[in-house]
Design a protein around this ligand. Structure first.
Ligand SMILES: Cc1ncc(COP(=O)(O)O)c(C=O)c1O
Length: 424
């Protein structure tokens, strides 16, 4: 017999489409293989990091030793703080002692859930949002993700705090205590950044209610030029003068290598917080959540080579801009609606509601549509972003050119067949 929490977790495995299928498309060796628009990975930029690692990184005995026996770990917070001060344009330089190193933002979500809330308590998030937070905060810590339903436009406006107020009151009524607001900036899946005014309103809201403010900024450098004068530039919560807005002890920022350095498999991430108690609590959990010394060796080498980081970031932005343009122009030509104004991250939030088959339940209709996509050789994750309206999917455009072209071709072809059939 297993524990009740283990059984509750296992139940989640039964949820349809919880996990994504593995793509196996290759233009040369498997041109009919599956192309996934589901994984938030910057696939074209991986080669640059691999080249850097193969040419520049030197492993030493420390790279495979227990972490408490090496000097490597003392170096990482300093170089990470210097890098993040620049990448996040922090109001004051980030101090090395405010940087907590962990294996990845996913695992830091679990640690934050564990250390900021008790089982059954909640973290407030507006939706649509990156769907895995339910797992990150829920599996080990047993914390509930409580959604404030928003339209995508409202989500970025200062008025969002009214939705948060409502969600807070609703949660209280059903006995759920909210401990934090979790923001994703730049936003996944909408691909936009939060305006300064909205950030300030949210910070004040958190301060008023004594809520922690977790700002997930893993896409901080993945902001690109689209030519749209309305596009909002990225502002980190740490670039604001937090005095008069919120107690700095309530503000915690997540950052890592998976997006800005296209290396999701490296498993290296950082929590920036001035809250010493929280850092100490995380330190106790770090037994289970530290990066490998191999990842630390690679991370230090990359961050210490700032000219490389600058070249890499510039190339990332160019590559994302080109893929975004290709994807949006294809969608425009095909008459497919999506959230405009994106300039960040790897995704376009696409409205495929006109193509939903008939049915009584939103999620089942989305599952049925996703099944049709799979048959056509493309994967879009149904229901994963927990949007309040049916039929919206996150399309990850940061693909190699051939995969992006072929994936979009398959998608548009299928939709052209489906559209008349639904009569919409
Ligand atoms: C907003 C956001 N936060 C956290 C993560 C998790 O990052 P990692 O895989 O590095 O743990 C992701 C991954 O897609 C993400 O999109």
């Amino acid at each position: 017999m297993l524990s009740s929490r283990a059984l509750k977790n296992i139940e989640q495995l039964g949820r349809p489409w919880r996990f994504a299928p593995t793509p196996d498309y290759d233009p040369e060796t498997n041109p009919k293989g599956l192309i996934s628009f589901g994984f938030a990975e910057n696939r074209p930029m991986r080669a640059e990091i691999v080249k850097f690692i193969n040419e520049k990184v030197v492993f030493t005995l420390d790279s495979i030793s227990y972490r408490s026996t090496t000097v490597l770990n003392a170096r990482l917070p300093g170089v990470a703080a210097a890098h993040m001060s620049k990448a996040l344009n922090s109001h004051t330089s980030i101090k090395p002692e405010d940087v907590f190193v962990a294996d990845c933002p996913t695992s830091m979500g679990s640690m934050l859930g564990f250390n900021l809330a008790a089982p059954g308590e909640g973290i407030l998030v507006n939706r649509p949002v990156y769907g895995r937070f339910e797992l990150d905060y829920g599996i080990e810590a047993g914390v509930e993700i409580v959604y404030a339903d928003t339209d995508t436009e409202v989500a970025f406006m200062p008025d969002i705090v009214e939705k948060y107020e409502q969600a807070l009151a609703d949660a209280k009524e059903r006995g759920v205590i909210i401990r934090a607001v979790l923001l994703v900036n730049p936003h996944n899946p909408v691909g936009r950044c939060y305006p300064v005014k909205t950030l300030k309103h949210i910070a004040r809201f958190c301060d008023r209610h004594k809520l922690h403010l977790i700002s997930d900024e893993v896409y901080a450098s993945c902001v690109f030029e689209t030519g749209d004068p309305e596009a909002v530039p990225f502002t980190s919560i740490l670039s604001l003068d937090l005095k008069n807005l919120i107690d700095p002890n309530l503000v915690h920022v997540l950052y890592g290598f998976s997006k800005d350095f296209a290396s999701g498999g490296l498993r290296l991430g950082f929590l920036v917080t001035q809250n010493e108690q929280l850092r100490l609590a995380c330190k106790m959990c770090s037994r289970f959540h530290s990066p490998s010394q191999a990842a630390v060796t690679i991370g230090i080498a990359i961050l210490e080579d700032q000219p490389f980081v600058e070249r890499f970031t510039a190339k990332t932005r160019e590559s994302l801009a080109a893929s975004y343009k290709m994807a949006t122009s294809t969608l425009d030509r095909a008459g497919i609606n999506y959230v405009k104004g994106g300039n960040a991250g790897f995704f376009i939030y696409v409205d495929l509601s006109p193509f939903l088959p008939d049915g009584d339940f939103i999620r089942e209709q989305e599952f049925a549509l996703a099944e049709r996509f799979l048959d056509a050789g493309v994967f879009l994750h149904p229901g994963e972003e927990h949007g309040k309206d049916a039929g919206w999917f996150r399309l990850v455009f940061s693909q190699d050119e051939s995969a992006l072209k072929e994936g979009l071709r398959r998608l548009v072809l299928l939709l052209s067949v489906l559209k008349p059939a639904t009569g919409s």
